[in-house]
Each structure stands twice: as C-alpha cells, then as structure tokens.
Write a protein that binds this ligand. Structure first.
Ligand SMILES: Nc1ncnc2c1ncn2[C@@H]1O[C@H](COP(=O)(O)OS(=O)(=O)O)[C@@H](OP(=O)(O)O)[C@H]1O
Ligand SMILES: Nc1ncnc2c1ncn2[C@@H]1O[C@H](COP(=O)(O)OP(=O)(O)O)[C@@H](O)[C@H]1O
Length: 212
C-alpha cells in the first residue's frame, strides 16, 4: 500500500474541499505488475499530417505483438466521442488535451501503456499533462515534420481547405504550434521512413521507460 498518494492531490483547483481522496488497497504499480509491465503514457505531438497516427499505430502494433497491454488514443477518434462537443479554438484544444491527459492517467493507473496522438499544440497544456504522471512515466515524442512537408502530404486535404480559408483556426496556418522544448525524443519523420522512426522510439521505450 505504498503508492496511494495521487498526483491529483498535488494540483491546484482540483476537486472541491468536500470531495476527499479515497485510498485504494491496490496500487497503480501493482496493477501494472500483474500484467508484467510498467505503465507509461507515450505522448505523441506534432502538426496535422506529421505522422503521429502512423507512428502511434506502428508502435502499438509492435508492443502488442510483444504481449504488452496497450491503448491508443487518437485525436480524430476521441473527437468523435469524449470530445465531440469541442471545436478548434485555443480554449477547446486546451480542454481536449486536459480530458485526454486525465483519461490517459486513469489508464496508466490501470496498468496500461497508453499511446496518445494529438496535435496538442500548446506547451502549457502538454506541461499540465506531464505533471499528472510520476517522473519517467510520461514520454513526450515530438514528430518533427516541417510544415512544408505536411502541407505537401496533406493526407486529408485539410491544408488545402485551410489555405483557401474554408477551415478556420488550422494548426500551422491560422493557429499556432509550439514546438516542445525538451521532449524525451524527437523523430525525424520527414527524411526517415515511418518504420525506422517507430523502431527508434520502440527501442528507447524498451531500454528505459517500460523496461522492468
Ligand atoms: N482547425 C484544425 N486544426 C487542426 N486539425 C484539425 C482542424 N480541424 C480539423 N482537424 C482535424 O482534427 C485533428 C486534430 O485533433 P486533435 O484533437 O489532435 O487537436 S488538438 O490536439 O486539440 O489541437 C486533425 O488530425 P491529425 O491530422 O491526425 O492531426 C485533423 O484531422
Ligand atoms: N516518414 C513518415 N512518417 C510518418 N508518416 C509518413 C512518413 N512518410 C509519409 N508519411 C505519410 O504521411 C501521412 C501522415 O499522416 P498521419 O499519420 O495521419 O499524421 P497525423 O496523425 O500527424 O495527422 C500518412 O499518409 C503517411 O503515410
């Protein structure tokens, strides 16, 4: 019963004073232990079209093949359910990332290795997400693909629409993307193939963050 202190308790503006934290007999570490793994949140950030979903999928596929219990949260999918009330204003993006980080935290408390793929354009929002996790349990992955390359790829035709003014608040065009200052890893997804960058990320995770 060592791991009962919650990061929730450390945060400002958390629950009302009347809401008390209930200690639990089974710790997050124990939940991961019976799965024979270490829980972690692999937070993938980058521009639209940078390769977040591609890398996240390849990574989950590899970890799953190794027998890890994983979960993938992807921006496009989450915005169909949990966050379908949110749009793309700065405030809505902040709320989107807050919810996703809380869900990822719950899932890591359940012992899972969670991979998230969200643009998550604001440094402060990513910092708040990181602060939910114990040291070493949050791995920020910057998918570093230049805007010009993303525009050229334009897999969903969104840049074309954004440039034509048909989509407002579009990241990189009419809404900012703040690059991570100090991510655990930066992936060069412009000149290296997705399989290669995924392998680099996979090796880092296996050697450090999820190594038993
Ligand atoms: N205005 C605007 N700007 C950026 N992206 C847009 C926009 N409108 C819709 N989309 C689509 O929404 C996906 C991004 O959702 P996220 O939840 O990852 O965004 S954020 O983290 O809240 O900024 C994003 O997915 P990816 O291309 O996979 O990044 C787009 O498909
Ligand atoms: N090296 C690479 N890494 C990742 N994606 C790449 C790479 N080269 C080309 N692509 C293509 O770029 C597009 C990236 O789209 P996606 O993974 O959905 O990005 P995001 O989730 O960041 O919007 C895909 O069509 C993918 O096949």
């Amino acid at each position: 019963m060592t791991d009962n202190k919650s990061p929730y308790q450390k945060r400002e503006n958390s629950a009302a004073a009347e809401v008390v934290w209930h200690k639990q007999l089974v710790s997050p570490a124990r939940r991961a232990e019976i799965k024979n793994q270490k829980a972690a949140c692999i937070w993938i950030t980058g521009l639209s079209g940078s390769g977040k979903s591609t890398i996240a999928n390849l990574l989950e596929h590899k970890l799953n093949a190794d027998g890890y219990h994983t979960m993938l949260l992807d921006g496009d999918n989450v915005r169909h359910g949990l966050c379908k009330d949110l749009k793309m204003s700065d405030d809505d993006r902040t709320e989107n990332i807050r919810r996703v980080a809380e869900v990822a935290k719950l899932m890591t408390d359940a012992g899972l290795i969670v991979i998230t793929a969200f643009i998550s354009p604001f440094r402060d929002d990513r910092k708040i997400a990181r602060e939910l996790f114990e040291s070493g349990r949050f791995v920020e992955v910057f998918v570093n693909t230049p805007l010009e390359v993303c525009k050229e790829r334009d897999p969903k035709g969104l840049y074309k629409k954004a440039i034509a003014g048909e989509i407002k608040d579009f990241t990189g065009i009419s809404s900012p993307y703040e690059k991570p200052d100090n991510p655990e890893i930066t992936l060069d997804c412009a000149s290296k193939p997705a399989k290669e960058t995924t392998e680099i990320l996979y090796k880092l995770l296996k050697c450090t963050h999820i190594a038993l």
